[in-house]
Each structure stands twice: as C-alpha cells, then as structure tokens.
Design a protein around this ligand. Sequence first.
Ligand code: SF4
Length: 375
Amino acid sequence: MKYLKEYRNGENIKLIAAEIQKVTTRPWTLMEICGGQTHAIAKYNLQQLLPEEIQLVHGPGCPVCVTPQEIIDRAIAIAAMPNVIFCSFGDMLRVPGSDRDLLEVKAAGGDVRIVYSPLQALNVAEQNPTKQVVFFAVGFETTATANALALSLAKQKQIDNFYALISQFLVTPAIQSICTREDCRIQGFLAAGHVCAITGYRQYRSLVKKHQIPIVITGFEPLDILEGVLRCVRQLESGRSEVENQYQRAVTKTGNTVAQDLIKQVFKVATQQWRGIGEIPASGLVLSDDYSGFNAEQTFNLPALSISENRGCISGDIMLGLKKPGDCPHFAKTCQPQQPLGAPMVSTEGACAAYYRYQNQVESNESAVSNSTNR
Ligand code: SF4
C-alpha cells in the first residue's frame, strides 16, 4: 500500500532511531500537536525507540478533548428536543456532559445519529424536511473545510432545516499560547501534517522567529514521526530554530487555497474557549454573518444551563505538555473508556485513550526508561 507500508518499514525505522540516538547529546522535550500522532506514538511504541533524553509530550490537537463543557451541554440540550435529529461524529457521544452524555439522550429516545461527514448530515436534512437537523461541527482546520463545504451547499440548495453547532479551533494561536506560558517546557514542536495540508506553513515562520523554537510539520506514520523528531533534535542540537516540512507528500508552503477561501467565506475568526486550557484570542471560528441563519445556538431556545465540570480531570495539564495521562490519579481506575471522567479517555484522538488502549506498551516503555535511568 503506497504511502503506508513504506512508512512502517521496520529496517528504516531502526535506521532513523539510531540516527536520533547519534545526534542527541542533551535532554529535549518535544510536543506533538495532533492526537492522531499521539495515538501513532503509543501504538508503535515510538517513545521506547528514542534516547531517554528525548521526552514526547502531547498537545491540544484533539477536537473532542478541547470542546468546552458548555458546548457539550448545549449539544445535549438540543439533541433532547422534540423534532430534532442530532448528527455527530461517534466519539462525541460518550463525552460526559454536566449530568449525562449524548448516548444517554439517544437511549432515552432522542434522535441522535452517528455520521462520518457533515455531508452525510446534510443528506439527513434533505431526506427529513419536516425535522430540524443539527450537525455537531467540531474540529480544527481540516474539519472546518468539510463543514464549510456542507454549509455552503446547504445555502446554495436553500436547505432550511439544517443547522450547525459550532466548536471550531485554530492550531497556530494554540501553539503561540503554549509558547508564551511561563510554565512552558516545550523546546520543539511536531506540527500536525493534515492541518498544514489546508493552511500551509507560512504562518509558523513568525512563531519560530519570535520564540526561537523549531517547528517541524510532521505526518502520522511511524517513520514520519521519527523523522520529525530527528529534524527537530538536529535543529536543537545545532542551536537552530526553523520551520521544516517533513510531510512534503501532502503539505506545501501555501496549503490548499481553495479550502482556505471556503473557510473564510463561511466562518470568521473569534476568541475561543479551550476546555482545560482557557480562552485563547483569535483561536476559533464562528459562522460569518452570511451564514448566521445556520447557527443552532441562535435558532434553538436553549434552557438555562448549569455547567459542572469534573475538577479531577487533568486534561488541560496533559494538553499543555505539563503532565502525562499516567500522572492522573483517575487513569485506568475511576476513568476508563466505558466510564470516562474526561473527553481524552473517549476520543479517538485523546491522549488518555491512546495510553489506555496501548497501555501495556506504554507501561513497558516507562519501565524501560526508569530501568535505564536507574542503571
Ligand atoms: S484519565 Fe480521565 S480524568 Fe484523567 S486526565 Fe484522562 S480523561 Fe481526565
């Protein structure tokens, strides 16, 4: 399978891992931004291949994890309304709201449907003209493109029973925000390749210059990630800070300008609340004035919500690279995929879910690191 098999080739993986060992002389902490990369790191046990000086920490690139509790509660309130079909990606259904989740709304008779794309939700609206169909539009620039396309089509086709509950995030302001924190311990970033396929990577130049920190645009296969680490470490060891593009097979400097134009047409940039992290200026997308009629929050008369977050969940610290899932006292005990306390345990891109799913590998990693440290 082209572009998969060759990026999982064991011999090449060993060669790059050996090169990383060779060039590393000091401790470095690197953050992979995307939850998809976190899952690949756990699945392929990549931390174990790295020298003990290199620590990978996990960034805020999981859309389910960063969606604020308030939006989850609004989704639940809308989904429970009569005459509504609520369409969502599957992993949002198990994210705990203040008093229940979307799956419980479905079990209680709510018409909650799992879809695999916003276009599928738009189809549901076309096929059910007497219902109000709401799509839970969560994600980063990658999903913003598909969501913008669905909304643009809905406008063109004058589908007036289709709405979107928006929870859209932008990656670059999040990296900027992490870099400016006093407790930031990140020395290099592996940026998310699929996001950059849309945005390009020009926007990282000023960040790199301002914070003197390498950013390597990186793919999602084991070889991609190890090569991203190698490029980052080479920069750090030689005192350089540049933007490098490891994921050249998908990413160009300018990105996908058609997608960028579509996003600009449907959305406008706004301050966004990130769950566990807080408010970041200009880090979100809301519907532009031309598309305000599709706004589910404005359309539905929502009851006053009393928001209650699980204070024991340390997802914010994990997504800022300050802690790892194993540092959470609830991990794999009171918080498990079937009974999650926080979104990172249920999301397909959540760091806690990655550690839980590949737990044995991660545990053997950590004991290998601790054994070698004790020698
Ligand atoms: S293990 Fe559960 S409670 Fe702990 S940080 Fe992860 S999701 Fe939150």
